[in-house]
Design a protein. Structure first.
Length: 253
């Protein structure tokens, strides 16, 4: 199975739920941490690369949802490494409990469940251990907007709030690659079938602040990245600018 989706970047998960391994010589950075059920994948991939958990130097979480942080605490303890997240998402990371939606948002989310693909998506998240809670992370380091992290791959942090208050993208300048988390995805099981695939925003009812999420596209558009690696869906190799244009053209739903 081919796992390399950008230079020295490998994908884990199931396409519905992506997380990534960045190789830099003999050292590795994990971007997002998948569902707990995905745990065996990381050991298998590292072994195929001639590495082990001991070679992981950092775990970077794009945002505090269980399908992105499900193995964060296990990686922190078993790999003896640091887990980074934006400070505005720390409360959720430390409890493993997401904030509850308001009444109007909750009713809209329930209406979305009429879509069989979304039901299947949620069922996979529940079976995988990422919903309704995920293992809390007991120690955290901070992702700071604009900082170039001194970890393998040297990603730059780009704060893109909206999906969660602390949502971040991570830009690998040398690899011309950006990890967008759920600030920009290429597969949305909550969307109508005609627009389910391709670069787009998460549906409004699944955003914490949909207006802010749309505004955050401006921050992504300014990056120099050929490859977009989202939290959900296929890689996009047409450039971040074109991906943002496509998402804006589709608009919010």
């Amino acid at each position: 199975m081919v796992t390399e989706v950008a230079p020295q970047v490998h994908v884990l998960g199931s396409l519905r739920f992506n997380w990534y391994v960045v190789a830099d010589g003999d050292a590795y950075t994990i971007v997002d941490a998948g569902l707990p059920a995905h745990w065996p994948q990381v050991g298998a991939l590292l072994a195929a690369l001639g590495a082990s958990l001991d070679d992981i130097e950092a775990v970077l979480i794009t945002h505090a949802h269980g399908d992105h942080a499900g193995n964060a605490e296990r990686l922190r303890t078993e790999a003896a490494t640091s887990v980074y997240a934006h400070a505005q998402d720390w409360d959720v990371m430390r409890t493993g409990k997401d904030t509850m939606p308001g009444l109007a948002q909750g009713l809209t989310m329930l209406f979305d469940l009429r879509r069989p693909e979304l039901l299947s998506f949620i069922a996979e998240a529940v079976r995988g251990g990422g919903l309704p809670t995920f293992p809390e992370v007991l120690e955290l380091s901070e992702l700071v907007d604009g900082e170039v992290l001194d970890v393998p791959g040297r990603p730059r942090v780009v704060h893109v709030p909206g999906h969660t208050p602390g949502s971040c993208a991570l830009h690998l300048a040398e690899a011309s690659t950006v990890f967008t988390g759920d600030a920009l995805i290429t597969h949305s099981p909550a969307a109508p079938a005609w627009r389910r695939r391709g670069p787009q925003l998460v549906k409004d009812s699944w955003q914490e602040d949909a207006d802010q999420a749309f505004a955050s596209l401006d921050r992504l558009a300014g990056l120099d990245a050929r490859t977009v690696l989202p939290g959900h869906g296929e890689p996009w190799h047409g450039g971040i600018g074109a991906a943002v244009d496509h998402a804006r053209h589709l608009g919010r739903v």
